[in-house]
Write a protein that binds this ligand. Structure first.
Ligand code: SF4
Length: 184
């Protein structure tokens, strides 16, 4: 698998950072899922991508185990001050748009790869998720949040020597793609 090429392609989409990650460094934690259930983000059990609908920790782990390599992608915004909500929102939107754009590119141009996308938050591909009335409208484009799978983002970055905190006044959104060659 040509990770250098995938990294370049991700940077070409517009992510501010893209670095390979080792799948074996991924640890899924029940405590993170318990934090999801507190529902501070108001996304818990409101869509197909978030807990509990993305499966149990054991099911997520089983899915992750099928993959051989990963790529972490980041979008860092520079805030004017701690209350610069406009830049925070704009950075989230840019990250989310790039995340879907790269996923579409991977699906179209890398048919040799099976891809598991894990984003910075709940799947926002549709204006309104079909949950719970109908199945997911775009299963190929759906992405669960990394935290929804039980990952501690800062730990995943640290364990892969990837910078997560880019300094005072910055805000970083993180996602990742896991890959496996389908011919294997
Ligand atoms: S692709 Fe649409 S229907 Fe499927 S999880 Fe995302 S928002 Fe919901």
């Amino acid at each position: 698998m040509d990770m250098a090429m995938l990294r370049e392609e991700a940077l070409g989409i517009g992510f501010t950072l893209a670095e390979p990650m080792k799948v074996e460094t991924i640890k899924l934690r029940e405590e993170v899922r318990e934090m999801c259930a507190v529902n501070k983000c108001h996304a818990y059990n409101t869509n197909w991508s978030c807990p509990p609908n993305c499966g149990t920790i054991a099911e997520c782990q089983e899915r992750v185990n099928r993959y051989e390599a990963g790529l972490i992608v980041e979008t860092t915004g520079q805030l004017e001050d701690d209350f610069d909500f406009e830049t925070m929102e704009e950075t989230a939107k840019i990250h989310s748009a790039h995340f879907v754009e790269f996923l579409k590119k991977l699906r179209k141009e890398h048919k040799e790869l099976e891809v598991l996308p894990l984003g910075a938050g709940e799947c926002t591909h549709c204006q309104k998720c079909t949950f719970p009335d109908a199945p997911c409208r775009f299963p190929d484009l759906m992405s669960s949040p990394m935290e929804g799978y039980g990952m501690v983002i800062s730990d995943v970055c640290k364990d892969n020597n990837i910078l997560y905190n880019h300094g005072r006044g910055t805000l970083t959104y993180v996602g990742c793609y896991l890959f496996r060659e389908v011919t294997k």
